[in-house]
Design a protein around this ligand. Structure first.
Ligand code: ZN
Length: 168
């Protein structure tokens, strides 16, 4: 989000030179810079003790390929907590040890994706209404079940210990 108006007082912003940051929208009335804002999301692959990877299809839209469990972060929680919470909410599994692997900019959505691999000992899904289907895949099958060149493909490959060739 680029601030044309100040969210606090409604004054139109002006561009002000802010050192190394260059020209930044600035509210002259509040006397503060308003840096561009964006959403931060967590994206996870979940791995069980057999090394299988859980992927889902969402209820909305027509999806050819599988995706990871993803969601927006809530104010006050860590990214690790958000990753585990989303897994619990969407597929009803208690996961632990959410390990941060990498971050990626999702250009189409204008979001920063924080990508995790989480582990679980449970295997029985309890799906939320947002999720149509959840499946355990062998790692090599998981990599083929997602959209080529996507962030989730890179995450599956990274989590299963393979080198990825695509640059995101
Ligand atoms: Zn203001």
């Amino acid at each position: 989000m680029h601030f044309t108006y100040c969210p606090d007082c409604g004054t139109k912003t002006v561009l002000r030179r802010m050192g190394d940051d260059g020209d930044v929208p600035y509210c002259e009335r509040c006397g503060k810079p308003l840096f561009d804002m964006f959403s931060t999301c967590v994206l996870s692959v979940l791995m069980n003790s057999r090394g299988e990877i859980a992927l889902i299809k969402q209820s909305y839209g027509q999806q050819e390929t599988y995706v990871g469990v993803a969601g927006y972060m809530k104010c006050g929680e860590t990214a690790e907590e958000a990753a585990l919470r989303e897994i619990s909410e969407e597929i009803g599994l208690k996961a632990e040890r959410a390990q941060f692997l990498f971050s990626a900019w999702h250009a189409a959505k204008g979001q920063l994706m924080l990508c995790f691999c989480a582990e679980t000992d449970c295997t029985d899904f309890t799906l939320s209404q947002e999720v149509r289907e959840a499946v355990w895949f062998a790692p090599e099958d998981a990599a083929k079940a997602v959209r080529p060149g996507s962030i989730i493909e890179r995450l599956v490959l990274t989590a299963s210990g393979k080198k990825t060739t695509s640059k995101l």
